[in-house]
Design a protein around this ligand. Structure first.
Ligand SMILES: Nc1nc2c(ncn2[C@@H]2O[C@H](COP(=O)(O)OP(=O)(O)OP(=O)(O)O)[C@@H](O)[C@H]2O)c(=O)[nH]1
Length: 361
């Protein structure tokens, strides 16, 4: 995992962004539910701890806060669909809770000692927000908003001076809790990214697996405009079983890795390349026409044919060839039909004697 992936979600793939937002939305919902129950349930503690005058005001404040938090529960379902909803909901949550913090501290302005539960509320909140797998930049933004509002509240209600030991203590504690929150959030993000990679990458070639590829195909189809086609190339190594039988599975693996590297070299970063099955690869070329894709497939075929793979055990060389089926897709194409057509074109290439490219028309 690269450092920049910890820093901002703009460095994450679109697919991972969706998955992460889904996780954040579920955790956010649980967080809101727990806060509603916790804030309202605390009325029982207040009844025990507070004098009647404070209790009379604060039980209402707690109930109103619970009611204000409730719309965030259905809103969290929209968060799954769009990052902007997520950001809006998170700041709405912060706004409501910081308002609660302000009003409850304000109610103790008559000099009565503030119960620990109220003093600790912002730290408690920072600790709870650590359950969200946010990148560092988002965590920092949340922490800055929290620290500024909490300190502003303290400054306004209490001392109106920065020359105050308690304030310094508060700043120090808020910074420590913020750092802990960001650290745990980044750890959660890392765990999520690692799990995502393990479940979407082929361990041998590190190319994306079939599951992720099919999601990408759907995304490209969805994004393509009416006049802008995309193409699929299904590649299959010829007589691969013989390579395994004659040179061993280790050499077979070596060939798969070598061909995967050549595919990436030929098609570049814009192509979506996957190890589709055992010795099958699939290339998805957005905004590419059939003829252009067939030409690129032919370039790949020649490159693979002209680069024998060296056996690391005895330095002998193994000749490898591949066959390819190419098909063009459009916005209204059905992905399963495209896959079937690519398979038919590949079958055509195999029938023509292998080591050739066939375009489906
Ligand atoms: N070494 C190695 N072999 C694999 C892997 N996955 C699948 N295979 C082998 O790939 C071979 C595929 O063989 P077939 O489906 O008969 O196809 P083929 O020999 O390539 O013949 P044609 O496709 O008709 O040209 C099988 O022997 C599988 O065991 C892998 O990860 N590593």
């Amino acid at each position: 995992m690269e450092l920049k992936e910890y820093w901002s979600d703009s460095y994450h793939s679109r697919d991972f962004k969706l998955i992460r937002i889904g996780v954040v939305a579920v955790r956010f919902r649980w967080l809101v539910a727990l806060l509603i129950i916790g804030i309202a349930g605390w009325i029982a503690v207040d009844w025990w701890v507070l004098d009647p005058a404070h209790f009379k005001l604060l039980w209402k404040v707690r109930l109103i806060t619970g009611v204000m938090l409730t719309p965030l529960l259905p809103l969290s379902y929209l968060c799954k669909l769009d990052r902007r909803w997520m950001v809006m909901s998170l700041y709405a949550l912060l706004g409501i809770l910081l308002l609660f913090n302000f009003v409850s501290l304000w109610s103790f302005r008559d000099g009565v000692p503030i119960p620990v539960g109220y003093v600790a509320f912002p730290y408690f909140l920072l600790a709870l927000l650590a359950v969200l797998p946010l990148p560092i930049r988002s965590g920092l933004r949340v922490a800055v908003v929290m620290i500024l509002v909490v300190l502003g509240t303290d400054y306004w209600l209490d001392s109106r001076t920065l020359d105050n030991g308690e304030l310094i203590d508060r700043i120090w504690l808020l910074l420590c809790f913020s750092l802990a929150m960001i650290w745990v959030q980044a750890g959660q993000l890392r765990m999520l990214l690692d799990l995502y990679r393990e479940s979407t990458r082929d361990p041998l070639t590190r190319l994306m697996n079939r599951r992720l590829f099919l999601r990408q195909l759907e995304a490209v189809r969805h994004d393509s405009s009416a006049g802008q086609p995309y193409t699929l190339i299904l590649l299959d190594l010829d007589k691969f079983k013989r390579i395994n039988d004659d040179h061993g599975h280790l050499m077979g693996d070596e060939v798969l890795v070598s061909v995967a590297t050549t595919i990436m070299d030929i098609f570049g970063q814009d192509a979506i390349v996957s190890r589709y099955g055992g010795e099958e690869f699939m290339v998805l070329l957005p905004e590419t026409r059939l003829e252009q894709a067939a030409r690129q497939a032919e370039t790949l075929r020649l490159a693979v044919e002209s680069q024998p793979v060296e056996n690391p055990l005895d330095e002998s060389e193994v000749m490898v060839t591949l066959s390819a089926g190419v098909v063009e897709g459009h916005h209204d194409s059905v992905p399963t039909d495209l896959l079937r057509q690519a398979d038919e074109a590949l079958y055509g290439a195999k029938s023509q004697g292998r080591n050739c490219v066939v375009a489906h028309r």
